[in-house]
Design a binder for this molecule. Sequence first.
Ligand code: FES
Ligand code: FE
Length: 417
Amino acid sequence: MMMTNTRSDRILALLADQKSGWSLARPFYLDADLFDVEREKWFSAQWMVVGHRSEVPRKGSHIVRQLFDCSIIIVNAGDAGLRAYHNVCTHRGSQICKQDGQAPLLVCPYHAWSFRLSGELQTTRELPEGVDPSELGLRPVPLKEVGGLILCGLDEARLPDVAPVEEALLPALRLHGIDRARIAVRRHYPTLANWKLVLENFFECYHCRPSHPEYFSMNGHVKVTAMRDEQGAQDWQATVADWNQSLKDGVRLAQVRDPGSITTLKHSVYRQPIGLDRRTHSKSGQPVAPLMGLFDDYDGGETGMHVGRLSFVGGYNDHAVIFQFNPVSVQETDVIVTWLVDQDADLSTIDIDALTFLWDVTTVQDKKIIEANAAGVRSPAYRPGPYTVLEEQTANFVADYMAVMRGLLTEEPVMQG
Ligand code: FES
Ligand code: FE
């Protein structure tokens, strides 16, 4: 769809009016035209984690996932590797797969056109004279596998190079055995709010004390940051330094922070102790599953990995959690949380409530507060408000978003800090 100057100019005017360090004006959260621009220009240039290698274990295994507003099929094509396609038949456009499955061919339910796992049209039954079947293969979707995570994006020409993120994240993903994991549980938390409100919430813990009593009481560093306790912050730095000293060789990670730009994939890796004598992030803080990856003992650490702007992985000694934030429409974001354990773990012996407690209760609370935020923003009485010092990362995200949008609308290269 071509963007009219009027639409572009209107958004640029909104960006020009935006007060730095304040939340965004109402149209950024509500305007369907503005969302269309984000979709065309911003989402199409984003890689997002859409699945895990273990979900397509054998040749012919396929899964159906949502990438923004597109349904896609991810297929294990044997020697041809993992492939992804738009879930749209090249005959008259029917969806081909409704659900995950295992089959030697992908067969459209409408008129039974069949496609090889490598995407080519196999059926040529009744194809009109002169139509070349080789032009009717499934439309590919760019796919990369990074340490067991399956990343997809929409527009090959606009997607950034994955190599830097691969280089930065692989040591952390290997440490946590993400490439040797299986899915224990996946839950969707459909959140009725613009995707930016969801991410703004994710990037700050100012809300943790009033809104997340469980999370607040289970994390050593959260109390310090959420209360701006200077002495506590110094003590916490000392705790982190001692903890780092105590780590065995092979389980230390370099901290990585990619400033990101319009042409790179924003990513970061950090590792710290959970604190409060918790060994892992289970309900009780005690072991909940077999150790993963390179760990041969509990060190009570947690690793955070930002994989692009829309996916995050949290790693503990015995499980990991993937967060996906999928903007589905202007006021609807699917928040998907997936809990991983070691591939050899016997799921029948794992206490799923203990495993999922913390992030389930926290994500349900986040859904509630984000939806209340969205409801307030829908009121004509809403006006942007100032971010506090405890919302610094959120303010950075919004500044970054505005710089990207300005760059995309004027097609100037943008570097963000
Ligand atoms: Fe798929 Fe006709 S639409 S076979
Ligand atoms: Fe939260």
